[in-house]
Design a protein around this ligand. Structure first.
Ligand code: VIB
Length: 229
């Protein structure tokens, strides 16, 4: 069994909890509160910024031009394309995208970003990819699950969102990242493989927690945050 096949199997419990999460089901049903969507976009705009920075850190740890090109292309894809699903959500709630940018992160998004940054700064390339992979993989499977369960047509309010993630490009992002990680795993020691497993599972947990954060409009316990300058 390939290393990433074993990761998928070990974390199937979390994948199923994600498919059954009320926010994710709400995408399929075309019914989510405006507050939850706005909360999601505010955090996810910052999440995508962090994701691009992590690709940059991974590029700085790359030893071949092929690897540098790979991370560069992935950054460009986020900048140019990954914003389309955000636009779909913004149009649905009738709020300009710009007004949802630059907000402080709620605790779960803050945790997720710092978890990825930790592995990017301290870990091997395998560990970085292990922390990043649940992002495209869970969204690809959400897209597939929603297509299967709800068979949305172009008049569905989240048709663009669902088809974006069940599209061939999210599939190839996932497949390429898996192939890179499977190749690295062939050379990895048992302790490194365990660190990759840990990074992967925590990112799966944090993907699930991110949906819950948006659904419950999670805030910091005091209700106050220090604004960044
Ligand atoms: C919390 C959260 N997790 C995953 C995605 C989806 N996503 C973000 S970047 C990317 C491409 C990776 O190269 C994908 C699929 C999201 N928007 N927000």
């Amino acid at each position: 069994m390939l290393f990433t096949e074993s990761l998928r199997e070990e974390n199937n419990d979390i994948f199923q909890l994600i498919f059954d999460h009320p926010f994710v089901k709400g995408i399929g049903e075309g019914d989510i509160s405006k507050e939850a969507i706005a909360h999601y976009i505010k955090a996810d705009f910052e999440y995508l910024n962090a994701f691009m920075k992590i690709y940059g850190l991974a590029a700085s740890k790359s030893s071949s031009r092929d690897d540098i090109r790979y991370f560069f292309n992935k950054m460009e894809f986020i900048l140019k394309d990954e914003i389309h699903p955000h636009h779909n959500f913004c149009e649905y709630i009738g709020v300009p995208y710009e007004s949802l940018q630059g907000h402080p992160l709620p605790p779960t998004a803050d945790h997720y970003i710092k978890h990825m940054l930790y592995h990017a700064h301290t870990g091997s390339m395998g560990e970085i990819l292990g922390a990043l992979l649940p992002c495209p993989w869970t969204y690809l499977e959400i897209g597939d699950e929603l297509m299967k369960r709800y068979q949305p047509t172009p008049d569905h309010p989240f048709y663009q969102w669902i088809t974006f993630y069940s599209d061939a490009r999210t599939r190839s992002t996932t497949t390429e990242m898996r192939e890179r990680l499977d190749n690295l795993a062939k050379e990895a020691s048992p302790s490194e493989k365990n660190r990759i497993r840990d990074a992967f599972r925590k990112s799966c947990e944090l993907e699930l927690a991110f949906w819950e954060m948006a659904y419950t409009c999670e805030e910091w316990p005091s209700g106050k945050v220090v604004k960044r300058i």
